[in-house]
Design a binder for this molecule. Structure first.
Ligand code: NDP
Length: 243
């Protein structure tokens, strides 16, 4: 039987690229996000490559909905080997004194509380089977702070702290925990950050070749294909042109 992975935020960008990579190396996949049409299109593509796929549509900020939807998985799909906590966003890029409370809440509720919600639902099954691997998608913003990054950087610093905390707590249960922290990646991230303003989003990548989602998926492939006794704790992956 194939190993099973669940990826949050698989409807675009890094999550989608990780889904394609994991399908290629033989995982069955639970792909999640809010945009069901995107997930259906991805499932169609992956199923053509002989991967079994389940789509779960939920908002990671809604704990009850997340639990209810995960509970619908058939028993054999609840044996999850790999969790990729990828759903996340930056909302706004303003100095702290001009920040918008709704943006702050979206980031904290998604990047931090959403990661906790899904982890709490998946970890008990891993503990029961004494095996598992969790990869949290952090960011360079998890170790650096840049102008106007304030709350996003804080949320990703928290992801780093949680990754370490999870690793320590889950070590006796034979569960690997690591993080991947990319620099700038060209995805829908900047469009979301600038609330749909394509022009502002495009400017982010001017004069610099960013990473692409597949570059991050390549790094995740390295993390998931290490032998059982090797864990990649934290991987920082930067575009060559980004300081
Ligand atoms: P995208 O915007 O392309 O993807 C974000 C994904 O997260 C989407 O699939 C989206 O799905 C999902 N998502 C967002 N909010 C929610 C929610 N409330 N509930 C469920 N799913 C949600 O951006 P990226 O691929 O770039 O981002 C993926 C991760 O990578 C994020 O954690 C981001 O912080 C991190 N990152 C990105 C970098 C970059 O420069 N792009 C750099 C470093 C880290 P849907 O809208 O369907 O719900």
């Amino acid at each position: 039987m194939n190993k099973k992975a669940i990826i949050t935020g698989a409807s675009s960008g890094i999550g989608e690229a990780c889904a394609a990579m994991l399908a290629r190396i033989g995982y069955d996949l639970i792909i999640t996000g809010r945009r069901s049409e995107r997930l259906e299109n991805l499932a169609n593509k992956l199923e053509n490559k002989n991967t079994a796929v389940k789509i779960l549509t939920f908002d990671v900020r809604d704990r009850k909905a997340s639990k209810d939807v995960l509970d619908t998985l058939p028993e054999d799909w609840k044996k999850i080997d790999l969790l990729i906590n990828n759903a996340g966003l930056a909302a706004g890029a303003d100095p702290i004194q001009e920040g918008d409370w709704d943006d702050w809440e979206r980031m904290i509720d998604t990047n931090l509380k959403g990661l906790l919600t899904v982890s709490q639902l998946v970890i008990p099954g891993m503990i029961q089977r004494k095996s598992g691997h969790i990869i949290n998608v952090s960011s360079i913003a998890g170790s650096e702070v840049y102008a106007n990054g304030n709350v996003y950087c804080a949320s990703k610093h928290a992801v780093h702290a949680l990754t370490k905390g999870m690793r320590i707590d889950l070590l006796p249960h034979n569960i690997k925990v690591g993080s991947i922290a990319p620099g700038m990646v060209e995805t829908e991230f900047s469009i979301v950050r600038y609330h749909g303003d394509q022009e502002k989003a495009d400017k982010v990548y001017e004069g610099l070749t960013p990473l692409y989602a597949n570059d991050v998926a390549d790094a995740v492939e390295f993390m998931v294909t290490r032998p059982a006794h090797v864990n990649v704790n934290d991987m920082l992956l930067m575009p060559t042109a980004q300081a």
